[in-house]
Write a protein that binds this ligand. Structure first.
Ligand code: AHR
Length: 502
């Protein structure tokens, strides 16, 4: 018998919001082996004519990532984008002060635009508002998006890119509230710079969308005043405020670790409150959207990173090897993002390859899927459509960091085009499977297509080059709809995807 019985009602009439496909975005920074050794490895047997690894491209394409943020991250705050364009042999090597690495500039914005096309994604470009300012931001938009006839657009054409890149989404700097950031600013300093950069960038190309930097995480002493002040400066000029958050199991406390998505939920609600406060204060009719453009688990590599020699090209930094329990947390975080699809329009799993990433590679060698690859894959494939307003009842537990943590976390997405209803669910119970009953009476004739599960008896197990499929999804039998009620067993500690034909 299941100790946990959870119930949810899903009715076609109660819809929360259409999912913006950019909710399944990701991130490539010039950091560690993300670019050099990750996406780019000209000596690799699978490399294409530009040096991009075809094996990595195939894994990225499978994930159906619609948008990739680039080139940073902390890196962008010291970056001169001009160093990365034009003839490769004349590009300078530069010290990257953010990650104490050497940036050879063999990959720059034009190469990355080409890589993204091959990956089936659009680029989300960040400008440097750390060491640089509004003039360079304006020039970069002109170089990328202006058709031609001006200095910067003609420079792009002379570099072999006759057609403009038409990059739509631009980040106004990165984590400018953090003292670790190159060119760290106060909220007023940043807000003033961001609004002036926004004006110039949109005067060059009025079709672009802009993301202002929110707080680097919810623990920042300046949160949420930072959001208020930055938005008071930028509200009329930007479409999104950014959010970043990373989670970890530093004290090996599983009940608290599995509940980290409650923190993400609280953080999102607080940022929405800050946005809506400024909206009210400004008597604005515009509603600010959220770009959660860095989120993931990040803690495994923290100590190892302190030993890495500085000033290397492509050093092994932030190479978290993800366990099965990390995949469960990533599943809970994805459910949380989907539940906020009415306000969170863009989200980027940080990052994509080698650096806190779902995909790992060996320089010149193999590539494989980390445990967290799977919940992201499932959410990206089946989480498109309309997020439903659901009433979820689940028994709850208390732990060190949270109270009232539901054992079962879930969200439902209705893809009307495909005629499918997908229920994503995590069972946080360590001891028992859960019986999950979903009332789907409103969907006449609903039937189960499949029930996919990620489960493993060892919470700390990882996928490696030698055992790349140690953690991999399986299909479970037994889920069925009877008299309009779906009954499904969720194994203890599992990520579940239940797809219904409706
Ligand atoms: O994603 C790794 C780093 O985390 C990014 O460079 C920075 O923006 C954040 O602190």
């Amino acid at each position: 018998m299941a100790k946990t019985i959870a119930r949810m009602t899903i009715d076609p009439q109660y819809q929360l919001a259409d999912v913006d496909s950019r909710l399944f975005g990701s991130f490539i920074e010039h950091l560690g082996r993300a670019v050099y050794g990750g996406i780019y490895d000209p000596g690799h047997p699978s490399a294409d004519e530009l040096g991009f690894r075809r094996d990595v491209l195939a894994l990225v394409r499978d994930l159906q990532v619609p948008i990739v943020r680039y080139p940073g991250g902390n890196f962008v705050s010291g970056y001169r984008w001009e160093d990365g364009v034009g003839p490769i042999e004349s590009r300078p090597a530069q010290l990257d002060l953010a990650w104490r690495s050497l940036e050879p500039n063999r990959i720059g914005l034009n190469e990355f635009v080409e890589w993204s096309k091959r990956a089936g994604a659009e680029v989300m470009m960040a400008v440097n508002l750390g060491t640089r300012g509004i003039e360079e931001a304006k020039q970069m938009v002109e170089y990328c998006n202006h058709p031609g006839g001006s200095y910067w657009s003609d420079l792009r054409r002379s570099h072999g890119h006759v057609d403009a890149h038409r990059i739509k989404v631009w980040c106004l700097g990165n984590e400018m509230d953090g003292p670790w950031q190159i060119g760290h600013k106060t909220a007023d300093e940043y807000g003033r710079t961001a609004v002036e950069a926004a004006k110039l960038m949109k005067w060059v190309d009025p079709t672009i969308e802009l993301v202002a930097c929110g707080s680097s995480n919810s623990q920042m002493p300046t949160f949420p005043e930072w959001e208020r002040i930055v938005l008071e400066h930028t509200y009329d000029h930007v479409e999104y405020i950014s959010m970043h958050s990373y989670y970890g199991n530093r004290h090996n406390d599983l009940p608290s670790y599995l509940a980290q998505s409650l923190d993400m939920d609280h953080f999102i609600r607080s940022v929405i409150a800050a946005c809506d406060y400024v909206k009210a204060k400004k008597r604005s009719r515009k509603t600010m959207s959220i770009s959660f453009d860095e989120w993931n688990v990040w803690f495994h590599s923290n100590d190892a990173d302190k030993q890495v020699e500085p000033w290397q090209v492509g050093p092994p930094l932030l190479e978290d090897v993800y366990t099965f329990e990390d995949a469960l947390v990533v599943g809970c975080l994805l459910i949380t993002l989907l539940r906020h699809a009415d306000r969170v329009k863009i989200a980027c799993l940080a990052q994509l390859v080698n650096v806190i990433a779902p995909i790992m590679t060996e320089n010149g060698g193999a590539s494989w899927k980390q445990t967290i690859y799977y919940p992201f894959l499932h959410a990206s494939r089946y989480g498109r459509g309309t997020v439903m307003h659901t009433a979820l009842q689940s028994p709850k537990y208390d732990c060190k960091e949270f109270t009232d943590v539901p054992y079962v976390e879930s969200v439902a997405v209705w893809n009307q085009e495909a005629g499918e209803l997908t229920i994503f669910a995590v069972n946080r119970d360590q001891h028992e499977h859960a019986l999950f009953e979903c009332n789907v009476r409103g969907f006449a004739g609903a039937s189960v297509i499949e029930h996919t599960v990620l489960a493993h008896p060892d919470l700390k197990v990882v996928n490696t080059k030698e055992h790349p499929e140690e953690v991999a999804p399986t299909q479970l039998q037994g889920a069925a709809v009877d008299a309009g009620v779906l009954s499904v067993q969720l194994p203890k500690l599992s990520w579940n995807v239940i797809r219904l034909r409706v």
